[in-house]
Design a protein around this ligand. Structure first.
Ligand SMILES: Nc1ncnc2c1ncn2[C@@H]1O[C@H](COP(=O)(O)OP(=O)(O)OP(=O)(O)O)[C@@H](O)[C@H]1O
Length: 275
């Protein structure tokens, strides 16, 4: 069964795209079939994977969503690109901005992306959605399509108000559209080991949100090597295989798979008890 994970935080520049690339390619290295969806009009995920002119692509996620809105039949695999490190990508570009505006007046406006995801799900073990840095319609669509959400947070800045708003949005989507939506946890990124900020933030998150909110054991270190990867169009495993960031993303990949297995056994346990 495939798992759909949204990478969301309405704050920009916190590591959503970098995590989508390196978690996705990490899962592919473990033998999983992975599709990344670029749900951000900036097209950074598409660009980071070496498709440096996202706006010139003739088919993208926006094309599929427009066809979904207008109920035109579509071939869901059209436009999917393959990256040489073993993952597929449905690219995103500036056209998503227009789609976001158009969605507002569409029937089933929150579930257009879910219909697209459902149409390709059978081909993949994991689908990761890189969200826009906003809580607009495109992010709501991603949350409606997802099984769970990972929230990357830059370790030297805790957007306390932003976190509350994001968790409220997740709760609203869960209540109204997608009851199965879980929060996998907060991922601390760009952690500078010379400071205590990461520890302080973990403490504040646990204090303010309690055990409702898991903080991943894995922390992603701050490193110029991570910042270099997008221009190169490759993952950190290919760019700096022995560095700390590659090790951290490999550890995150394991942690994400472990959360998946824990949830599956919890569901099984519940099902067995209700028999
Ligand atoms: N571990 C890291 N160490 C240093 N720089 C990093 C690290 N991870 C990401 N960066 C850099 O930080 C910037 C923001 O990262 P990224 O694009 O992944 O964030 P984002 O949340 O997707 O941003 P946006 O919301 O604008 O799409 C990028 O220039 C990226 O290369």
């Amino acid at each position: 069964m495939s798992k759909v994970i949204a990478l969301a935080n309405q704050k920009g520049g916190v590591g959503k795209t970098t995590t989508a690339v390196n978690l996705g390619i990490g899962l592919a290295a473990e033998g999983k079939k992975v599709l990344l969806l670029d749900g951000d009009a900036q097209g950074n995920l598409t660009d980071s994977l070496g498709f440096h002119e996202p706006d010139s692509l003739s088919v993208s996620l926006a094309t599929m969503l427009v066809k979904g809105m207008t109920e035109e039949p579509y071939e869901p695999r059209e436009g999917i690109l393959h990256h040489h490190e073993g993952i597929d990508l449905m690219p995103g570009n500036i056209e998503l901005s227009a789609v976001e505006v158009a969605l507002v007046n569409t029937m089933s406006r929150e579930t257009i992306m879910r219909s697209y995801v459902d149409s390709v799900k059978a081909d993949y073990d994991y689908i990761l959605i890189d969200c826009m840095p906003s809580l607009g319609m495109m992010t709501i669509n991603a949350l409606a399509a997802a099984d769970s959400v990972i929230i990357p947070v830059q370790a030297h800045y805790l957007p306390a108000k932003g976190m509350t708003q994001l968790l409220q949005t997740v709760a609203r989507v869960r209540r109204q559209i997608n009851p199965k939506l879980a929060v996998d946890g907060v991922l601390l990124t760009m952690v500078d080991s010379r400071t205590n900020f990461a520890k302080d933030i973990s403490f504040v998150l646990r204090r303010d949100y309690g055990d409702k909110l898991r903080v991943f054991n894995t922390e992603i270190p701050l490193s110029i090597r991570a910042a270099e990867t997008s221009a190169k169009g490759k993952s950190i495993y290919a760019h700096d295989p022995n560095g700390q960031v590659a090790k951290a993303y490999a550890a995150l990949t394991k942690e994400v798979q472990d959360i998946g297995s824990e949830r599956r056994s919890a569901r099984q346990h519940k099902a067995d008890q209700s028999r």
